[in-house]
Design a protein around this ligand. Sequence first.
Ligand code: GLY
Length: 401
Amino acid sequence: MSKWISKDKLKDHPEITRGEAEDALALCVSGVLKYLDAYGDRFPGPASVQNRYIPGENKGWTTGFYTGQVWLAYENAVDEGDRSRLLHSAEAQVLSFYERIRTLCDVEHHDMGFLYSPSCVAAYKLTGSETGKKAALLAADKLITRFQPVGEFIQAWGEMGAADNYRFIIDCLLNLPLLYWASAETGDPKYREIAEKHIHTAMKYVIREDDSTWHTVFMNSRTGEFDHGATCQGYKDGSAWARGQAWGIYGTAVAYKYTGREEYIGYFRRVAGYFMSHLPDDLCPFWDLTFGNGDEEEEPRDSSSAVIAACGMLQMSEFLDGEEKKQCISLAGKLLKTITDSYRVKDLSLSNGRILHGTYSKRSPYNTCTPEGVDECVLWGDYYYMEALTRLLNPDWNCYW
Ligand code: GLY
């Protein structure tokens, strides 16, 4: 049994065609429209239950990915009536995000970027929404309150300074574009300076010698040095949680985009190389990259990791030249081909999501997560699938991050 995908098989794997990507994105837009009214002023939960999202409140870290899908549908829809419905819905959601940050409802964590970039920054970029701008700036103000000067990082979760939570997590790299945007809009460098400090700390410690990544990194609260790495949602501490590695791909691309530090291109190559060489033959990762060796057929996949990785490849391709640029676009096209052929929702009456077979949090004997959304649609998977298709079809897309 071959260990993960062989280079030859990866080379021979087909890429999505332009026509297939256009059809897939059009179906996503139809899916968003079909279920738009069912949510009213509510939001889908983080993961579906038997492939159906249940409407709930604007809480948790994922609701921005629903508004992001509505904005992407708005950008890609052709019918003016559809566009106007989508605009109306997205604007109402932006108001909900403004109320959420104004009243400080469930914002004591670092996920302000996941919440406010695809919803409120997007609103401001697309329509000039002042409410979106106000909300996103309040969210940026909230995010920088989580900066820990000893160790120079943004604390992910829990009470600030608590010994059992003196850590950052790899996912946070995607929360930082909000801070760069806030500095650009206000002219105040403080947001950017904090983002940069966090990036430098994360880049220093999050990538392991074999190019896999830590999910979470604990820092020493006295010295500010690395204390130890640990997983929360991966299989075990030393394994590579598939989505963490995917956040690392997109995260290093974003880190390079905003800092221009050449060494981050090298980090991107390492993290992406590990991810691509630890995929099963069909290129949709198991939820942890430790699996895929031929003996773990019962383990669930995480389709969301494939589409996050595709977005990261497409983001990085903008800064590369020649063969490497083509290779990044090609790898994204291969990931999108497998998701589109075998993992997406093709019959809109069977699910209100966009892609199937995501895994939010699977409990193992060695990790600490609360189990939820195993082998289900996950809201960010749906969003990044639409983003990846949009990026592939339109390399000039003005991204929300
Ligand atoms: N950021 C949390 C997750 O990826 O599940």
